[in-house]
Ligand binder design. Sequence first.
Ligand SMILES: Nc1ncnc2c1ncn2[C@@H]1O[C@H](COP(=O)(O)OP(=O)(O)OP(=O)(O)O)[C@@H](O)[C@H]1O
Ligand SMILES: [Mg+2]
Length: 267
Amino acid sequence: MSATPELVIKDLHVGIEGKEILKGLNLEVKRGEIHALMGPNGSGKSTLANTLMGHPKYEVTSGEILFKGESLLEMEADERSRAGLFMAFQYPVAIPGLSVANFLRTALNARLAPSENDGSGAVPKKRGIAPKEFRALLKEKMALLKMDESFAGRYLNDGFSGGEKKRAEILQMAVLKPEIAIMDETDSGLDIDALRIVSDGVNALAGPGMGVLVITHYQRILNYIKPHKVHVMVDGRIQISGGPELALQLESRGYDWVRNGKEAVAR
Ligand SMILES: Nc1ncnc2c1ncn2[C@@H]1O[C@H](COP(=O)(O)OP(=O)(O)OP(=O)(O)O)[C@@H](O)[C@H]1O
Ligand SMILES: [Mg+2]
């Protein structure tokens, strides 16, 4: 395992339409670690996720984000995912006519391909995975996630239940093998069975190869996904960090004591 965390966020300030939302956020996530990010509504959790994926609306006014030692802010959104940053969306779009298998193969080939704009002006060589090899990979990953093979032939997210969308996302993670995965509100709208599927998937994948940042409101998912660290965001900053016990404290005590603690510190 590398000594330097793959994802390093330093004193990040982000604004939307002139309003500052993130106000000096520091966070480090490395491969092999599961981090949970919690915090009240509107504290800036999704703003962080959107900023990491390069959403154009979110303006970074100061601070930096390093991904594998390079400035993430200088990369386009597609370069970020090719580099190994993965984002699981709360509401993934349906693509009728595109099968899960074809989508995954295209996504994997994009990840395997060298950057089209490496500055050298050279035409990038094709390095895609062979169809046969891909089928074997897909079969292996679907078995790992206990998914029915027929799933691969369905159209992406078209008529998928909430739980199936989440499974498709976990499968995507298994195939693409990102170094860092960010999951925003992955648990919202999931029943207990689906929650377990998502959690088992994350636990199966988050080994030495992958680090995960799970953004969640509920301690519930953390009964299944065991985080190494829990962070609480209040008003655009991580106010307090701790171990899994912190999530339990939040469940029983709410967020007020974190806010009050902040005032006590500020004074
Ligand atoms: N695209 C946007 N346009 C305008 N305001 C936005 C936008 N995105 C976020 N905000 C504002 O930024 C603040 C933080 O929102 P954000 O979605 O990051 O919070 P959150 O911590 O994810 O909340 P929740 O727990 O409800 O998901 C809110 O005041 C929100 O209204
Ligand atoms: Mg949010």
